[in-house]
Design a protein around this ligand. Sequence first.
Ligand SMILES: *[C@@H]1O[C@H](CO)[C@@H](O)[C@H](O)[C@H]1NC(C)=O
Ligand SMILES: *[C@@H]1O[C@H](CO)[C@@H](O)[C@H](O)[C@H]1NC(C)=O
Ligand SMILES: *[C@@H]1O[C@H](CO)[C@@H](O)[C@H](O)[C@H]1NC(C)=O
Ligand SMILES: *[C@@H]1O[C@H](CO)[C@@H](O)[C@H](O)[C@H]1NC(C)=O
Ligand SMILES: *[C@@H]1O[C@H](CO)[C@@H](O)[C@H](O)[C@H]1NC(C)=O
Ligand SMILES: *[C@@H]1O[C@H](CO)[C@@H](O)[C@H](O)[C@H]1NC(C)=O
Ligand SMILES: *[C@@H]1O[C@H](CO)[C@@H](O)[C@H](O)[C@H]1NC(C)=O
Ligand SMILES: CC(=O)N[C@H]1CO[C@H](CO)[C@@H](O)[C@@H]1O
Length: 452
Amino acid sequence: MPLFFSSNMKQNCRNGLKFNNLSICIVVFTLFLFGFFMYSEDIKSNISQFQFSTPKIQESSNGVQESSKSLGEQSRNYPILTHSRTENEEEEEEEEKIELPPESCDLFTGKWIYDNVTHPIYKETDCKFLTEQVTCLKNGRNDSLYQNWRWQPRDCSLPKFRARLLLEKLRNKRLMFVGDSLNRNQWESMICLLQSGVPFSWKKFKKIGNLSVFMIEDYNATVEFYWAPYLVESNSDDPASHSISTRFIMPESIGKHGNDWKNADYLIFNTYVWWMNDGTVKVLRGSFDEGSTEYDEVKRTTAYKRVLRTWSHWVESNVDSNRTRVFFMSMSPMHIKSMDWNNPNGIKCAKETTPVLNMSMPLNVGTDMKLFAIASNVTQSMKFPVYFMNITRISEYRKDAHTSLYTIRQGKMLTPEQQADPAKYADCIHWCLPGLPDTWNEFLYTRIMSSS
Ligand SMILES: *[C@@H]1O[C@H](CO)[C@@H](O)[C@H](O)[C@H]1NC(C)=O
Ligand SMILES: *[C@@H]1O[C@H](CO)[C@@H](O)[C@H](O)[C@H]1NC(C)=O
Ligand SMILES: *[C@@H]1O[C@H](CO)[C@@H](O)[C@H](O)[C@H]1NC(C)=O
Ligand SMILES: *[C@@H]1O[C@H](CO)[C@@H](O)[C@H](O)[C@H]1NC(C)=O
Ligand SMILES: *[C@@H]1O[C@H](CO)[C@@H](O)[C@H](O)[C@H]1NC(C)=O
Ligand SMILES: *[C@@H]1O[C@H](CO)[C@@H](O)[C@H](O)[C@H]1NC(C)=O
Ligand SMILES: *[C@@H]1O[C@H](CO)[C@@H](O)[C@H](O)[C@H]1NC(C)=O
Ligand SMILES: CC(=O)N[C@H]1CO[C@H](CO)[C@@H](O)[C@@H]1O
């Protein structure tokens, strides 16, 4: 990450494409040094890779908007770079056509198809933005088939992903993922997908408090990630250090976070994996501000319902349905017990190299379907139209797609000793990139392109 930022920055300061103002380069360089310092200091946390900007700009979304605006003004009428394209105009026109599935088609019923022609959509080595958490090949994984699966709905087809078309749709807009590290996983995927289509545009990244913002300057578009693992307030809201053993939530408090979500044009929410640590959830009596420490132990499903009710009320009273599209990602499954897919020789998801392809095999990988039902019910009973992204089942087939032993743990690459102990160290929660979250984004792409 520091290398990426520095080379990007140097390049822009050198060629002065848009910032011929030297002082900006100096400021950016100073921030970079500061960020680098933060990075070295805070290497313990997974998230620390994103520590590259000034914690001074705490005014959150204002800051983002203001700089977006000025960037937008500078880049108006800036030509879309098509350097990599050699096709003639006719073909290019052809490329702009997009065949969208009908609204009525159920995108989530279908099957995984091996397709090494169209997938992966981008190469791991071509997306410098990817963090070490997800670059499985670089981290030593020696099979890459997990990158080659395409989701084929039964009754229609997903359109081919075209970054430039999505970028046109996102022009002057903010797309924001809100939730936990699985949504961060998907956010990284989205950035790589978009980057694959605008290889020469200058991209800028910054972190403002809990918000990580990736700007695509030529389009004045931002792709953002907001860390809120329970959506509501909790003592795990610090994006850098949230590994707290005793976790409390405030199920009715969402306004503080919500302030930073207003004015987004696309909001993609999730919350699941943090609920799975215990059968119960500790609900704070009072508030963190008051220094309360007393709490009630509440059943997971009860607390989840309360939180989603709070969230749905927030959406209905704060989001303008004429402007903003809202999505809710269903549960991202884990693969912890290899007997769940009848592999007596497996250890968690380690060593899995193919999806579950036998669709008639009953599959239960331990996903809490009660939470799924709550999320599905709540989103479907809202007045505000929320699109429920039903990715759970299709992801349950993907035992092969996790980061497993080829990832970092507390900011450090797994050691060979740790890699030799998959039962303890395999990460069967997060996903390699390129990989499964790209498919989730293909669904998102389909819906965004279909929306007016
Ligand atoms: C979600 O999709 C699966 C198939 O992938 C289907 O069996 C299930 O009924 C769907 N659930 C909802 C709530 O749409
Ligand atoms: C794609 O898969 C086919 C069939 O397995 C194989 O013959 C071919 O070499 C693969 N192509 C690439 C680019 O990996
Ligand atoms: C790939 O890695 C696995 C486990 O890490 C190992 O058992 C296998 O022999 C390796 N295969 C190759 C072709 O290197
Ligand atoms: C840039 O995008 C922001 C929203 O992200 C918008 O408020 C602003 O008006 C845009 N700037 C221009 C010049 O269109
Ligand atoms: C949305 O747009 C419609 C039609 O333009 C308008 O009647 C309605 O009042 C708008 N709703 C909001 C919440 O602005
Ligand atoms: C698929 O799973 C079913 C049910 O477990 C089993 O009867 C069948 O033999 C499996 N098919 C294959 C090709 O493995
Ligand atoms: C979801 O809604 C269905 C139908 O309205 C109902 O039968 C079911 O109990 C609900 N589930 C939950 C968890 O609320
Ligand atoms: C709403 C809010 O600001 N939430 C969290 C953002 O991140 C800081 C740490 O950087 C947390 O302390 C806040 O609770």
